[in-house]
Design a protein around this ligand. Structure first.
Ligand SMILES: [Zn+2]
Length: 302
């Protein structure tokens, strides 16, 4: 059973601003890939002065497109949903051009550089050196001339992940937390499945009408997608437990059982995803393993 219907159609042209509603424009950066779909979505919010959400990669062409779309309107804020490089690398140059203040959820320096290693996509994917001018946490509001955004802390894909709700419009910028084109990567140690599931439940309790994700097209009826994501995770969790019960007793052996017909280049991401599920099952007391967990550590069901 796979209850998810991915929405992979998306009307856009690189460098061209697409109006998505009053005071909302999207520009897609030209960094397509297996984890970024067509590229990172940058959003311009506001009418007389602007917030830029997720400037995307450090790409002069993309930056020019943002500045051209802004025109004579000042960019007062640059806000990032999370400090993954495909979202924040373009911040420094855009800040230098505009003088905008940057705002994001502050990463805990004490937590260290836990994820400093190759990502499934093959490059360091977290910018640990990014420090926002304004630290925002769940419930904080950022107010511009004719817009206001309320932050919703949604860890899981990344510990610092924020969704941003546009006040008075029932629109949420959902970052990489909920996207229509694919499921979200939850890769330990950067990602935590227990957090991810709780963060989905937070959105389920809201009455938003549209999600505008960090990659891919807009989601109408987003509650349905959130429910489908939760169901999908539960189904994945059950398939991990079934594989374990069937004798695949290590993460490395569970992966091909759970992901049948997997393309070889997706193996690292699939392995991390199974690891995230196993960690969650251990936390819930359904699976036993001595810590630290490794790919070849023997697991058992409880
Ligand atoms: Zn990300």
């Amino acid at each position: 059973m796979d209850s998810l219907n991915f929405k992979t159609d998306m009307a856009f042209a690189y460098g061209e601003p697409s109006p998505l509603g009053p005071g909302i424009v999207r520009i897609v950066a030209k960094n397509p890939g297996p984890f970024t779909f067509k590229g990172t979505n940058t959003y311009l919010v506001g009418s007389t002065s602007l917030a830029v959400i997720d400037p995307g990669p450090d790409d002069a062409g993309h930056r020019d497109a943002i500045l051209k779309a802004a025109g004579s309107r000042p960019v007062t804020h640059i806000i990032s949903t999370h400090a993954h490089r495909d979202h924040v690398d373009g911040i420094a140059a855009l800040k230098a051009e505009t003088g905008a203040v940057t705002a994001a959820f502050p990463r805990d320096p004490a937590a260290g550089r836990i994820a400093l290693r190759d990502s499934p996509s093959g490059s360091y994917f977290v910018d640990y050196d990014f420090t926002p001018d304004i630290a925002i946490k769940g419930g904080n509001r950022i107010v511009g001339a004719d817009w206001a955004l309320t932050a919703i802390h949604t860890p899981g894909h990344a510990p610092d992940h924020l969704c941003l709700a546009l006040d008075g419009r029932n629109v949420v910028f959902s970052g990489d937390h909920v996207m229509a084109w694919n499921t979200t990567v939850v890769a330990p140690p950067e990602g935590r499945m227990a957090d991810y599931v709780s963060s989905l439940e937070i959105l389920l309790d809201r009455e938003d009408e549209v999600f505008l994700p960090g990659h891919g097209g807009r989601l109408q009826d987003p509650q349905r997608t959130v429910k489908a994501y939760l169901l999908h995770r539960r189904w994945r969790e059950k398939s991990v437990l079934d594989a374990l019960a069937g004798g695949a007793t290590t993460i490395r052996r569970i992966v091909p059982e759970v992901y049948q017909g997997l393309a070889p280049q997706m193996l690292p991401a699939a392995t991390l995803s199974v690891q995230a599920h196993v960690e969650y099952l251990i936390e819930k007391g359904l699976v036993a393993s001595d810590l630290p967990l490794t790919l070849d550590r023997a697991l058992s069901t409880l």
